[in-house]
Design a protein around this ligand. Sequence first.
Ligand code: FAD
Length: 394
Amino acid sequence: MKILIAGGGIGGLTAALALLAKGHEVLLFEQNADMGEVGAGLQLGPNALRVLFSLGLEEALTQVSFEPQGIELRDHASGRLLTQIPLGERARARYGLPYFHIHRADLHRLLREAVAARSPGTIRTEAKVNGLYQNAGSATLILEDGAVESGDLIVGADGIHSAVRTALFGAQKPIFKKMMAWRGLVPAERLKDAGLRPVVTSWLAPHAHAITYYVRGGELVNFVGVVERDTWVSEAWMEPGSREELRRDFGSWHPTLSTVAEAVEKPFRWALHARAPLASWSSGRVTLLGDACHPMLPFLAQGAAMAIEDACILTASLETAPVPDALARYEAVRKPRASKVQAQSEANAGLFHLAHPVMRRGVHFAMAAGSKLLPGFTASRYDWLMKYDATEAL
Ligand SMILES: Cc1cc2nc3c(=O)[nH]c(=O)nc-3n(C[C@H](O)[C@H](O)[C@H](O)COP(=O)(O)OP(=O)(O)OC[C@H]3O[C@@H](n4cnc5c(N)ncnc54)[C@H](O)[C@@H]3O)c2cc1C
């Protein structure tokens, strides 16, 4: 089949690689010139790594990742440990695969290189998709410069502002979640005395939380901070913020966290938005994957993982039936899982930002007690997420 992919993010590139591996002809259209990724970290659980390893990326990913020893939830002020999930060897034993932290740019580069190694002409940059049309036998992408390209299937992997989604189902209104996020990366050598542990830490505060973890083999520390705000900032990830404002938000937190925030030299910020779930992801010879069809709040660290799983299952569906039946199969398998992850991500916002003092104390007490008395239970609550095998889901 000839398959056209709109968008060269993590989802689009994974789809290109998986489809090429099955012998399809693939053309991927990315609007940006340099195909770079923003400077930010990404957590990749075993469910995402299972797919990426199956595409031959195990060795390359292992070289550029950081393997955390656990996930820890701590109080933002005292630093008290509330609950933890062991990772490292324990994750490998439980899931048969590791849990990695990676720099987004590193993952993006590895995917690009793998696609180019399989088929050098696949990726077209500075190729913005503006629209599409289709009939029973083919689907055609319309590019901004007026060029058109036809194929058997179009995959919209063009992210939260998807032009393919708009062409299929009309414009979708973003719902501002009254939260603003900060992000930044800090060289780890500048944080030697900060007391950072080799884990991913979620620091929980009333109306706010922050996440810290190492990426790139421990060379860099990734910082994300989320605060509740009524005011609107841009949804784009590249809006610079001021260090003074960042200090106002996190300067009074536990010294480990405030030291990381203080060390962020170029903070960026963006507003968190949600989209109402789509009734359908596909129409005729066109379908969507990743943030284009199920954007989610980043509170379960699974948005990219869902795009990666989508790519794997879409590819497998095409082996089982012709389009459009294959797309119906893909959607039937993916929608329930992606919706559950979306809902769980949203629920975590409430849990992380608990503000009522009594509720907060009660929930934190229950977390700490549960973690001590039933350590295996906390980890087992995520088995449905981490043990999922997209390579065998069909
Ligand atoms: C703070 C934060 C932390 C996160 N942490 C994690 C994490 O730890 N783990 C995880 O799994 N997920 C995480 N996510 C979610 C993850 O980043 C996204 O879900 C993921 O990037 C979605 O990938 P995608 O390929 O669907 O879309 P995108 O990454 O948005 O890629 C879309 C691509 O399409 C291109 N494009 C857009 N429009 C057009 C057009 N008209 N024509 C051509 N090209 C176009 C864009 O330039 C882009 O390259 C996080 C998100 C945030 C905000």
